[in-house]
Design a protein around this ligand. Structure first.
Ligand code: PMP
Length: 313
């Protein structure tokens, strides 16, 4: 089956889907994106992702191309047309196509592209899910809270990780502070057993997985601190894990070639992995139930219509 992409109102064969060379996303990186994970054909944490998208657009003064319901419909249509049950849906909105000039064009219509991709099912084996990381200086700009398509420093950092044969590059900011991963948020259980992550401000992306996990922590009365930590504290941590839409809760058992704790997946990471996977599964199940009900209703309607037609005949 060939892949289908949505481009500015049309569903096209993926290989034939293109945007203009004067698109400001291409020219300036003047656009934003979202990645929503899919499990059993359902969005995971869609509300969080769409709220962050709206915020990114607002911060860049890019008008929203369509309302929330229409946007969800397009995303779901792309997921269905590509028959993605497990994977991700990718959405990119740029300021649009205009003659090249740095300042915002006067009249421009945002460009919107949506693609979907198959991915692995939710992991069950946490040891197999564990990975390693390196650290590298954070060379990004001052508004990392906007999910912009300007990802060059993240690309360079991830390539460093790839070359080192590890999963992620953890970005180290001023005063040796741990910022986040190149495409993940970073959490630790520190040497005293305290669960910690960095606060949200303009210097890191407010991860939707981070937010969902924070809610799960509150629901389960598990305390955590969001006052950040430095590189030395990261190295001394008992446990380290990453969160993102595709990493979920990912144990990091070695950093810069040195083991974290005893080098095995820690018990708190394992517990939080379990909580998050259950949270994702619950959304998949809810979606499946809703679909079954919808199907039953549609069939019921069909029966009722057939009966009415028979009676009328
Ligand atoms: N930080 C950065 C820099 C990212 O690119 C991502 C992934 N989009 C994250 C954190 C994690 O965000 P989320 O949990 O929404 O995937």
């Amino acid at each position: 089956m060939s892949r289908i992409a949505y481009v500015n109102g049309r569903y096209l064969a993926h290989h034939a889907a293109t945007v203009s060379i004067e698109d400001r996303g291409y020219q300036f990186g003047d656009g934003v994106y979202e990645v929503v994970p899919i499990h059993r054909g359902a969005f995971i944490d869609a509300d969080l992702h769409l709220a962050r998208l709206a915020r990114s657009l607002r911060e860049l003064e890019i008008p929203t191309p369509m309302n929330d319901t229409a946007l969800r419909n397009v995303l779901m249509m792309v997921v269905r047309r590509n028959r993605v049950r497990e994977g991700i849906v990718y959405l990119q909105i740029t300021r649009g196509v205009a003659r090249r000039d740095h300042a915002f064009p006067a009249r421009v219509i945002p460009s919107m592209v949506v693609t979907a991709r198959h991915g692995p099912p939710l992991p069950t084996d946490i040891d197999g899910w564990a990975a390693s990381a390196i650290t590298t200086p954070d060379i990004r700009w001052g508004r990392c809270d906007i999910k912009s398509v300007n990802l060059l420093p993240n690309v360079l950092a991830k390539q460093q990780a790839r070359r080192a044969g590890v999963y992620e590059a953890i970005l180290i900011g001023p005063d040796d502070q741990v910022m986040e991963g190149s495409s993940t948020n970073v959490w630790i259980v520190d040497h005293e057993g305290v669960l910690r992550t960095r606060r949200l401000d303009h210097h890191i992306l407010p991860g939707c997985t981070r937010a969902a996990l924070a809610t799960l922590l509150a629901e389960n009365a598990i305390p955590f601190r969001d006052d950040g930590f430095d590189l030395a504290t990261l190295r001394r941590a008992r446990e380290v894990f990453l969160t993102s839409a595709t990493s979920l809760v990912k144990p990091i058992t070695a950093i810069d070639g040195q083991p974290i704790g005893n080098g095995a997946v820690g018990s708190i990471t394992a517990q939080l992995f379990g909580l998050f996977v259950a949270h994702a599964r619950a959304q998949g199940e809810q979606h499946a139930r809703a679909q079954t009900e919808q199907h039953a209703r549609a069939q019921g309607d069909q029966h009722a219509r057939a009966k009415a037609e028979q009676e009328a005949a």
